[in-house]
Structures are given as C-alpha cells and as structure tokens.
Design a protein. Structure first.
Length: 284
C-alpha cells in the first residue's frame, strides 16, 4: 500500500509505503481499516502536515470495488474537511497511466483485470474476480498452473520437464506428494504462490514446452480481458497501458500480450497509481 501527498502539479511531496497487504478480501475490513488509518496518519506525521491542510483526497484499493462507501467513510473520519473521491484500484491505475480518464489498462500482478474509460466517461472492467473465481493470467494463476503441471507430471500424465525439476527444488521438496502439505499449510498465501511465476518464465527461456504453454494461455486470458473491455465500450484502436509486476517489467507474458494486442512499443505509463489517485481527486 502507498500513501502519497501531492501538490497541484502532481509532484510527490511525500510517499509512504508499507509492504503488508491492505486488501479486505484477504485480511478483513477491520484489519484493513486499522492499517489504512495508521498509514495515512503516519504519512501526515512524517510530512509534518495536519489533516485539515489536505484539500482533496483520492483513493483506490484492491478488494473494495463493491464497498466504496466503506472506504469513503474511513477517509472522512481522517479528513473531515477534504473533498474525497474513491474508486477501485484499477481505475486510479488507469488514470495515472494515461494521465487522464481515458483509455484501457490491463493489469497482471498477484491478480489480473482489465478496465477502460471511453470518451463519454463510461467505465467498464473485466476480470478482477479474485483467485477463487478468476485472476487468469496473473502471477497467482501462473503459479497455480505450475503446481498443477507438476502434479500431472508426477502422475505420469505429462512428461517431467525442467519446470517440474525446478519447482520441486525451489520449494525444497523431494517427493511431489509433499506439494499437498506445502500448498495447504496455514501460513501459505497468494503472494507466495504468485512468486512462482518467475519459475515459469525461467523455464520458458530455456525452451521448456510446459512453461511456454502456461505463459501462452495466460497471455490469451489477458487478451480476452482486454477485448471484453474494448467491445463493451465500443472502442476503436484505444490507447493501452499495462500495470502490475508481470506487465510493468520485461517478461515473456508481456511480449506475448503485446503481440496479441498489436502493440509495437512497450506502453510507458505517465504517472503511478498513487499519482493517479491524486489526479482523480483533482479532476473530480
């Protein structure tokens, strides 16, 4: 989670980062509110500002698309005098990336989603259902597909490739049967599974056919998310930006997705999602 203080020129005066997740879908609304309030108050303290000096607040968080009133109420309790604008995390990422409320954003990090805003100001999103219902093409999905591929190889349903060997070595597992214990351990979380995407990329770079198939499938899922938004918003050749760790850096997933969309140049976001929240507040 990032809390930033920006001036009217979108220059960041202070930025506070916390490594822990602040997604109520994972840790609940009570704990999320505690972490959010603490981070905001700590940011103000570090910047030597009083909450009354903040004129506008823009905010977006994962896991609150259906609970924006809750997010607004938490922020109102801290900034009772400010004008507050809230949105899902993908909307502030889109606004920041394009520097305006227009265009398409495809996101792939721990989760995945696509969203767009057309010239009429209509917003549509696809994906973002979470790891139990979707998140295809995300780091979590790539990691889980890797584990599934390992089980199939262990059963003899598929051949044992480099991905099989490297996955067991990375997890420090000698017997594939131990995967069950590893995966269902109480301390296991989505981020740990998402980090396994790097194993898929590494194996694919060495020509591993199983890894290549997983990445191709992931890129196709992300492309379908993109096309769903394009169709619903009646877009014709809209500008596209990427977000999330798997698309913000050089990965085979990004290369394949660019090919499918027809992008010849890597999208270069104008602002960060945090600055996008500040711009959203400014535009409201």
């Amino acid at each position: 989670m990032r809390v930033g203080i920006f001036n009217e020129n979108l220059e960041c005066l202070h930025l506070h980062k916390i490594p822990e997740t602040a997604n109520p879908s994972s840790i609940g609304f009570v704990e999320t509110e505690k972490r959010l309030r603490f981070s905001v108050l700590q940011t103000l303290d570090e910047a030597r500002l009083d909450s009354s000096e903040v004129l506008r607040v823009g905010a977006g968080m994962a896991g609150v698309a259906q609970n924006l009133d809750w997010l607004r109420e938490v922020l109102v309790s801290v900034f009772p005098q400010a004008k507050i604008t809230v949105a899902p995390d993908y909307e502030i990422a889109l606004i920041g990336a394009h520097g305006k409320r227009y265009g398409i954003l495809v996101l792939s990090g721990t989760g995945s989603a696509a969203c767009g805003i057309n010239a009429s100001g209509e917003l549509a999103h696809s994906g973002g259902w979470g790891y139990l219902l979707g998140d295809e093409g995300s780091g979590y999905w790539l990691g889980l597909e890797t584990l599934k591929a390992v089980t199939r190889a262990a059963d003899g349903r598929e051949k044992k490739t480099k991905l099989f060997v490297e996955t067991l070595a990375n997890l420090k597992i000698s017997d594939p049967d131990e995967l069950i214990t590893w995966l269902y351990a109480p301390e296991r979380n989505n981020r740990q599974i998402a980090k396994m995407a790097s194993l898929v990329f590494s194996a694919a770079s060495h020509g591993d056919s199983v890894a290549e198939k997983i990445i191709e499938s992931g890129a196709e899922h992300l492309y379908q998310l993109h096309m769903s938004v394009v169709t619903r918003l009646n877009f014709a050749d809209p500008p596209v930006m990427f977000a999330g760790g798997l698309l913000s850096s050089e990965t085979p997933l990004r290369r394949l997705l660019m090919q499918k969309i027809g992008l010849n140049k890597v999208p270069s976001p104008k602002y960060s999602p945090a600055a996008g929240a500040a711009l959203m507040a400014q535009l409201s």
